[in-house]
Design a protein around this ligand. Structure first.
Ligand code: SAM
Ligand code: SF4
Length: 325
């Protein structure tokens, strides 16, 4: 599948739930959010069927996300089935890490090949302020366990002024002794995140270089996304930046997003989407579903519209916990 801008689409972010056991201030309302009725959520076999059609069109890697994907019943069965789809080369997961420790061996057995853990702070009080729940200890334990099993691991941190900007150096330091990637993601003003001020890649980089010395670009391949990676002197792992707002982040976009309700989205910030779940439940065959996907791909926007830099159409983005980030 190639879109009108010549970008080959081979990566799917698959959201399996809109529920979460944290309430990160920039992502979810404190009281939680109206959940999708159970019957509106794709069943495991429906998810697998849509992914099979997407793999037939060129999707090669699937990242499972949410909400918090480890809250989804039947997750390991889903992973197992996705990993067996012809054409799917890699199934990975992104999680807040709270439940990860208890799932590690099942996930590995089912075929998960890498995990991203979100970690915005190393301070228990700040964790409570940001996530509005306790749980830092569990997350750090799960990171240690996952690393010990040899599972490829990335840590994702969203730097936000006044919330965690004082500890980015320490968070980056997690990659010093361990061969993991610590990545800093620029905050996108989706939903409630618009009330916060994210730090730019340049600001974070300057803070890290003041502490660790010059970061040198790493040219090897690490992951499937828009991150730029750097090596630091004496570090076993890498530092990554996802310059969602300050870079030409969209030029190499290779992704589609499927929500837990079966809506396929062409872009994080665009209303252009197609309801594959409803199509499937109306009895559409695989050919009709594939044609609906192709039609959406023909309408994929050139760039997200979170920043004036792109100027394009603006759509009040779906909130991140529904689309999966
Ligand atoms: N609950 C899981 C987790 O936290 O990893 C998966 C879903 S979460 C929406 C995926 C990622 O999106 C997390 O790393 C989170 O920090 C990030 N995220 C949420 N809102 C964001 C925003 N407005 N801008 C940038 N990243 C965001
Ligand atoms: Fe939940 Fe992830 Fe959103 Fe935090 S960022 S509220 S963990 S979905």
């Amino acid at each position: 599948m190639t879109d009108p801008y010549g970008r080959a689409l081979d990566y799917l972010r698959l959201s399996v739930t809109d529920m979460c056991n944290l309430r990160c201030v920039y992502c979810m309302p404190e009281e939680g959010a109206a959940q999708l009725p159970r019957e509106a959520m794709l069943r495991v076999e429906e998810c697998v069927r849509l992914c099979r059609v997407l793999a037939g069109l060129g999707i090669r890697r699937v990242k499972i996300t949410g909400g918090e994907p480890l809250l989804r019943n039947g997750l390991c069965a889903l992973v197992r089935a996705l990993a067996l789809i012809p054409g799917v080369e890699q199934v990975t997961l992104t999680t807040n890490g709270i439940l990860l420790g208890g799932f590690l061996s099942q996930l590995r057995d089912a075929g998960i090949e890498a995990v991203n853990v979100s970690l915005d702070t190393l301070n228990p009080a700040a964790f409570r302020r940001i996530a509005r729940r306790d749980g830092l200890e569990q997350v750090l334990q799960a990171i240690g366990q996952a690393y010990a099993t040899g599972l490829p691991l990335k840590i994702n941190c969203v730097p936000i002024r006044g919330l965690n900007d004082g500890e980015l150096v320490h968070i980056a330091g997690l990659a010093k002794e361990r061969d993991i990637a610590v990545r800093f993601i620029e905050l996108m003003p989706a939903g409630r995140a618009a009330a916060f001020q994210g730090l730019s890649e340049a600001e974070v980089r300057a803070a890290l270089e003041a502490e660790y010395g010059a970061l040198s670009p790493f040219r090897g391949r690490l992951g499937n996304g828009p991150a730029e990676y750097y090596a630091a002197e004496g570090f076993a792992g890498k530092i990554g930046f996802i310059g969602a707002m300050s870079r030409g982040f969209c030029e190499r976009c290779n992704r589609l997003r499927l929500t837990s309700a079966g809506v396929l989205k062409a872009c994080l910030s665009s209303g252009r989407s197609v309801d594959l779940g409803t199509l499937l439940r109306r009895g559409a065959d695989d050919g009709e579903i594939a044609e609906a996907v192709r039609e959406l791909v023909r309408r994929k926007p050139r760039a997200h519209s979170f920043s004036a830099r792109y100027g394009a159409e603006y759509h009040r983005a779906d909130e991140m916990f529904r689309v999966g980030g």
